[in-house]
Design a protein around this ligand. Structure first.
Ligand code: UDP
Length: 411
């Protein structure tokens, strides 16, 4: 029986607002999973790096769910590129706390920096290690925008090492599973697939007109984007598509700057919209508390996800749960989340005319939109946190079973 797990999330805390900076799907994943595991009587200790001197050593977020702030490097937000030099200290802090606590059954690390700390903890304490990458450097590099740098060799080599030294690597879709095989030569018996979930008590269909009124959205069709603003997310493609659309749509962008370029990407997007003559149709909206996003999904006509790379795409899954059709890139895990031609339309990465045509089609045809909305809600039923927690508990059992491997390799 799994009684106690440690979740390592060095580079970002599950307590942060998602949709800005380094906080996004990973934060939602760790938080939702921790809450669901805690409700299953598992004690969850999440270890993150202290980014503010005022942060207490730990915060009891919910019954059996605690977040620890580990002192590793200056107590201030740091770019991910600065973190590798502090991984050793972070791992030391985690190991110290795990040693002083009742026995922990499994360490589950998230992202490559924590993956390395997980390897150090596993080797120091002989605790089985599962790792979820959430994003893989080599995969992100394949379709990156031309002005974006490649992932550092430090990252990709660390990913290789974490894959080789974990007891299990958890892919969120069969596509990520294949990426781990094809681009990292992972051994298949160490891999399994477990998709994230959706909180269906929050993300569900609602009264569209009431949501629009409450949010004060302008009249006319609304194309919604939600998430971190960076080149990877392809908002430049969304703005290019908006300028090509026949329908007079508004583009609502909910989220904030993220990653290396930060505010410069937002400025680039605003200048692009200006140059294309669609500034008045582009609305930048500050990041919203997670539950509040449901109102935006309920109010919009279609979600656009023009990502250049996307391991899963929680936003697409949440939107569908609210009955919102999705127009998204055919990349990464998106085809696993969005049923092409049923719950949405998939378009080649960067294909602005293709995105414009697909958005026009959904926005301009109420019958099609209603059919896609119904299909979206059905598709979203495939994802829920209880099922994710059950699968992971089974997996944790497998790696604590003595042979150091999950029971079966499951695509
Ligand atoms: N999100 C949010 N508020 C915002 C924007 C985004 O809570 O203003 C959440 C969103 O609900 C989703 C996550 O951030 O759960 C983004 O996850 P996704 O997988 O789409 O992208 P990632 O950040 O992992 O690249």
């Amino acid at each position: 029986m799994i009684e106690r797990v440690a979740y390592l999330s060095m580079h970002t805390s599950p307590m942060l607002q998602p949709g800005v900076g380094d906080a996004g799907g990973l934060n939602v994943y760790v938080d939702e999973l921790a809450r669901t595991m805690a409700k299953r009587s598992v004690n969850v200790n999440v270890y993150t790096r202290r980014t503010d001197p005022a942060q207490p050593d730990h915060v009891q977020v919910a019954d059996r769910y605690r977040v620890h702030h580990i002192q590793a490097g200056p107590p201030e937000p740091l770019p991910v590129a600065e973190l590798p030099k502090w991984i050793g200290l972070y791992a030391e802090g985690v190991i110290r706390d795990l040693r002083a606590s009742p026995p922990t059954d499994v360490v589950h690390s998230h992202y490559w920096v924590s993956g390395w700390a997980g390897v150090l903890a596993k080797e120091a304490l002989q605790i089985p290690l599962a790792n979820s990458f959430h994003t893989l450097g080599r995969i992100k590099d394949i379709s990156r925008r031309s002005d974006e740098p490649l992932s550092s060799p430090m990252r990709t080599l660390t990913e290789e090492e974490v894959i080789a030294r974990s007891d299990c690597v958890i892919a969120s879709t069969p596509y990520e599973f294949d990426d781990l095989l094809d681009h990292y030569s992972a051994s298949p018996e160490r891999l399994c697939t477990s998709p994230p979930g959706i909180d269906h008590s929050i993300f569900k269909p609602g009264d569209r007109e009431a949501a629009r009124e409450w949010l004060g959205l302008p009249p006319g069709p609304v194309v919604l984007f939600a998430g971190r603003i960076q080149a990877l997310k392809g908002l430049d493609v969304a703005i290019g598509a908006l300028a090509r659309m026949d329908q007079p749509a508004q583009l609502a962008i909910v989220g904030g700057p993220s990653g290396r370029a930060g505010d410069a990407e937002v400025e680039h997007l605003l200048a692009l919209a200006d140059g294309l003559g669609v500034s008045s149709q582009v609305h930048m909206i500050a990041p919203q508390p997670h539950a509040q996003l449901a109102l935006f999904y309920q109010a919009a006509d279609v979600l656009v996800m023009p990502s250049r790379s996307e391991t899963f795409g929680l936003v697409a899954a949440e939107a569908q749960a609210c009955g919102l059709p999705v127009v998204a890139s055919r990349i990464g895990g998106i085809p696993y989340v969005v049923a092409d031609g049923e719950s949405g339309i998939l378009v080649d990465v960067g294909d602005e005319p293709g995105f414009a045509a697909a958005l026009d089609k959904v926005v301009g045809d109420p019958t099609l939109r209603a059919a896609m909305s119904a299909a979206a809600e059905i598709k979203s039923g495939e994802f829920n946190w209880k099922a994710t927690a059950d699968r992971l508990l089974e997996l944790y059992h497998g790696i604590t079973g003595g042979d150091g491997h999950p029971p079966v390799s499951q695509r």
